[in-house]
Design a protein around this ligand. Structure first.
Ligand code: URA
Length: 195
């Protein structure tokens, strides 16, 4: 039987699969439209996310909100989560073992949302979903698939804040995602006209 949202939220709250739970303020499961055609996956909670219990609410999240708005998607209409649900100490990159320990939660989220398109944000999401050998710099902007779901990777918004020159590529990637959603007949009430 498939896990329900209630069971999943509880499983994440109770999770001790790795040591990250010992240092975080609270779990950050993710949020948004549970039936969203577009699912976004980031790395892990930062300081503000850890304090608020919500994904992508700090500076990177604010940029992400603007990026989504630029392709006519209000962020409440997408589902946003992270590879790991607990903040790593000092915002370090999650270890492969931590990514693996959190994987059942991500897979359960994926199964519940049943996204039509998945957008990976940054290298941790790329490695966590596509595999350890995939590199964001090589594969961004290209379509991959997992179980018939088209997956595209772009830079993490934090990387765009550090290096604004990457914004041009990220914009290209977002437009590719938008076109895929249009081609799949998704968000017909929102995605209108040329950008
Ligand atoms: N960075 C992430 O990868 N996820 C968040 O939720 C916030 C910052």
């Amino acid at each position: 039987m498939r896990t329900s949202w209630v069971q999943l939220t509880q499983a994440i709250a109770d999770c001790t699969n790795c040591a990250l739970c010992e240092g975080c303020t609270q779990k950050v499961p993710g949020q948004g439209d549970p039936d969203a055609p577009l699912m976004l996956i980031g790395e892990g909670p930062g300081q503000q996310e850890d304090q608020q219990g919500l994904a992508f609410v700090g500076p990177a999240g604010q940029l992400l909100t603007k990026m989504l708005a630029a392709i006519q998607l209000p962020r409440e209409r997408v589902y946003i989560c992270n590879i790991v649900k607990c903040r790593p100490p000092n915002n370090r990159t999650p270890l492969p073992a931590e990514t693996e320990a959190c994987q059942p939660h991500l897979l359960a989220q994926w199964a519940l949302v049943q996204p039509k398109v998945v957008l990976l944000l940054g290298s941790t999401a790329v490695r966590g979903v596509l595999g350890e050998n995939y590199r964001i710099t090589r594969i961004r902007g290209q379509w991959y698939e997992r179980g018939d779901v088209p997956i595209l990777a772009t830079y993490h918004p934090s990387a765009l804040l550090r290096d604004p020159e990457k914004k041009r590529d990220a914009w290209t990637d977002l437009k590719i995602v938008r076109q895929k959603l249009i081609d799949l007949g998704q968000y017909t009430d929102l995605l209108k006209g040329e950008l």
